[in-house]
Design a protein around this ligand. Structure first.
Ligand SMILES: [Zn+2]
Length: 84
């Protein structure tokens, strides 16, 4: 009877531990995923490119490139192209 009692306590402790662990990994993992990626993106020095249309400097990750590889600051200038 005593052994059964301790087995029950052990099972409860394990169940409680597993639940806490899975909850922590769930909420922490999801919350940190986006924030961590953003911090990584902000932390890295970004190459600045001049828009082929208006010469405005935009980060390489936000620039739009045409088939010739020219960067554009926005979709509007991308559609208008470098000429004009
Ligand atoms: Zn532009």
């Amino acid at each position: 009877m005593k052994l059964l009692f301790w087995l029950l306590i052990a099972a409860l402790v394990v169940a409680w531990y597993m639940r806490g662990k899975s909850l922590a990994s769930h909420s922490g993992g999801r919350g940190r995923g986006a924030a961590g990626a953003q911090a990584d993106r902000l932390g890295r020095p970004e190459e600045m490119l001049a828009c082929a249309r208006c010469q405005l400097h935009v980060p390489a990750s936000e620039a739009l490139f045409d088939l010739a590889g020219r960067p554009y600051c926005c979709e509007q200038h991308f559609r208008l192209g470098a000429g004009g």
